[in-house]
Design a protein around this ligand. Structure first.
Ligand SMILES: Cc1cc2nc3c(=O)[nH]c(=O)nc-3n(C[C@H](O)[C@H](O)[C@H](O)COP(=O)(O)OP(=O)(O)OC[C@H]3O[C@@H](n4cnc5c(N)ncnc54)[C@H](O)[C@@H]3O)c2cc1C
Length: 370
């Protein structure tokens, strides 16, 4: 038996899911008796975390930097659909604000949390006690281990969502800051190999994050996405002068996770499949998962939502060029809050049937039987 300290739980990865779980465990145990180990390699990239929710489900409300009550969808033929999304709101938290809060306020205020900066190599599972072994030779013991290290996928048909965005500031107040743009398919650059849309978060009348988003099986192509971004700006803001404040790039694998671990050693975050396979949204899912786990409860999403996801992914895998038309049809025919509930796995079966009936039925039936 080791003589070293035994933690109640070791959390591997101080990213979105690891810190959300840390927070919820502390909230669920006001006595602060649980000894928590948080291990991270320090390899944190910056991200803009956005999500939609109603006022009943407030996910870190004190960290939200901007809220939108309207959402815009622009079709591939350039038609603009702007909708109020009440009772939902679209919210933005920057990873910078999230990490600053955790590392300068929350963790220092909770001395029962031990933060270790180290690269975890493996977890050795025992009967009741598990050891976490790091690359630098150190090891730690814990009764439970939550692991957010990314899983490697061997799936060659995997679709990726690549991002290439910039935070920019226009010289003139030209933006409509009341509405964020979820998807703008109006730039005709989608092909058989990639579906491309633009995502816009207007923080004020002059500042915005404008992001080229690409669904594809292909690897990240920095130069191509940069050209598409420039093309979009020239098309929509041709005479406007702007400064680039910062860049945001990244990739999300879009697939249904099948290898996740459960038990005393369990996966969290993307590694646990807490990312909606067909959209890449994960923040509120990870929060729900963290809340349940902190209270030792288990959560079950109706399997039909995984089925819908798989079907959409199958269409992306073989008919990527149809994606703009599928989305155009969805947003033209269904109210946006209903689409958001559906994408959140929170819609009723009746609403699902109504929504699916508005889509390209032959296309979906074709992929249903593949
Ligand atoms: C650019 C971008 C934008 C996104 N925007 C949104 C959004 O708007 N809304 C949304 O819902 N989702 C979004 N996502 C998806 C998802 O929310 C994020 O990817 C989220 O960060 C995933 O959380 P995670 O905890 O699984 O992984 P991460 O946040 O990446 O955390 C993993 C942590 O593990 C650490 N780590 C990794 N390997 C080791 C190791 N061997 N040892 C120790 N530590 C290790 C890393 O340092 C990191 O801190 C976005 C993703 C990207 C890439």
């Amino acid at each position: 038996m080791p003589t070293t300290k035994i933690y109640d739980i070791a959390i591997i990865g101080a990213g979105a899911s690891g810190l959300q779980l840390l927070y919820e465990i502390v909230q669920a145990d006001p006595t602060n008796e649980r000894q928590i180990l948080l291990l991270d390699s320090g390899d944190r990239s910056t991200k803009s975390w956005c999500f939609w929710e109603d006022e009943k489900n407030e996910c870190f409300p004190f960290l939200v930097e901007k809220t939108w009550e309207s959402m815009t969808y622009r079709t591939s033929s350039g038609e603009t659909i702007k909708s109020k999304i009440h009772p939902l709101q679209y919210k933005y938290i920057s990873s910078e604000r999230f990490f600053t809060y955790f590392f300068t306020e929350f963790i220092p205020a909770n001395p029962h949390i031990t933060l270790v900066n180290s690269w975890v190599q493996k977890i050795q599972e025992g009967a009741d006690l598990h050891s976490v072994v790091c690359k630098d030779g150190s090891s730690f013991y814990a009764n439970r281990v939550a692991d957010s290290r990314p899983l490697k996928s061997e799936d060659s048909s995997l679709i990726y969502q690549h991002f290439s965005g910039k935070f920019i500031e226009f010289e003139q107040p030209i933006l409509d800051e009341s509405s964020m743009t979820l998807m703008d398919f109006s730039l005709p650059v989608s092909t058989h190999e990639m579906a491309v849309f633009h995502y816009i978060l207007p923080f004020s009348q002059t500042k915005a994050l404008i992001e080229t988003t690409v669904f594809t099986k292909l690897a990240y192509d920095k130069e191509a996405y940069e050209r598409i971004w420039q093309n979009y700006i020239e098309t929509h803001y041709s005479s406007q002068k702007y400064n680039v404040l910062a860049n945001e790039t990244g990739t999300i694998p879009m697939g249904v996770t099948t290898q996740k671990r459960e038990g005393q050693v369990f996966n969290i975050g993307t590694a646990a499949g807490n990312m909606k396979a067909s959209t890449g949204y994960a923040f509120t899912r990870m929060h729900e998962d963290a809340t349940y786990r902190a209270q030792n409860l288990s959560q079950k999403t109706p399997s039909r939502f995984r089925f819908y996801d798989k079907m959409l992914l199958k269409i992306m895998q073989s008919e990527m060029n149809k994606i703009p038309a599928v989305m155009d049809r969805l947003f033209s025919q269904v109210q946006t809050p209903k689409i958001l509930r559906f994408l959140d796995d929170k819609s009723s079966l009746t609403d699902d049937i109504k929504l699916l009936s508005k889509l390209d039925i032959p296309l979906f039936i074709k992929h249903l039987f593949r």
